[in-house]
Design a protein around this ligand. Structure first.
Ligand code: ZN
Length: 153
């Protein structure tokens, strides 16, 4: 691993990349999308089951990619399970801002989510890695809109 990337690989990210959470296709799925980041080679399939009340009842992913993309997907699924779709979209905006140096002064984001997103947002100093970190979130957007594929290019 190169020196300039070392500080990106914090314990939280390493843990999630080695032991991804929700790394499976849920039994019931009604939204899914494939995400591809050709710059890095990250590929993931994201699966969601959203109930009639617009709550994300189940979420999982499969695929392969670099540590950042896998950790981001793992943390995202943990954050979103049981949450309303509206909140997921709000978190997407926050995540995107955090990774691109935008406004992150949002008191409505809970501390747990804030900590996780902050750990990933170190990528903002490494433009190549921003797409790795945000790929799962772009794939989430595609799945919720029932677009089947998303590419970061
Ligand atoms: Zn990557």
């Amino acid at each position: 691993m190169s020196d300039d990337l070392r500080d990106l690989y914090q314990d939280l990210i390493l843990d999630h990349s080695k032991h991804p959470r929700n790394f499976a296709k849920p039994g019931q799925v009604n939204h899914e999308a494939l995400g591809h980041n050709p710059l890095c080679g990250d590929r993931l399939a994201l699966y969601l089951y959203v109930d009639d009340g617009n709550i994300i009842r189940d979420i999982g992913f499969q695929g392969s990619g670099c540590a950042i993309s896998v950790a981001s997907a793992s943390m995202m699924t943990e954050m979103l399970k049981g949450k309303p779709v509206q909140e997921a979209e709000h978190l997407f905006d926050y995540m995107h801002a955090a990774c691109t140096g935008g406004e992150t002064n949002d008191a409505t984001i809970d501390e747990d989510a804030r900590d996780r997103i902050e750990a990933l947002a170190g990528v903002r100093h490494y433009p190549m890695r921003v797409k790795c970190a945000t790929l799962p979130w772009h794939t989430l957007q595609a799945a919720l809109k029932d677009e089947q594929k998303v590419s970061t290019e």
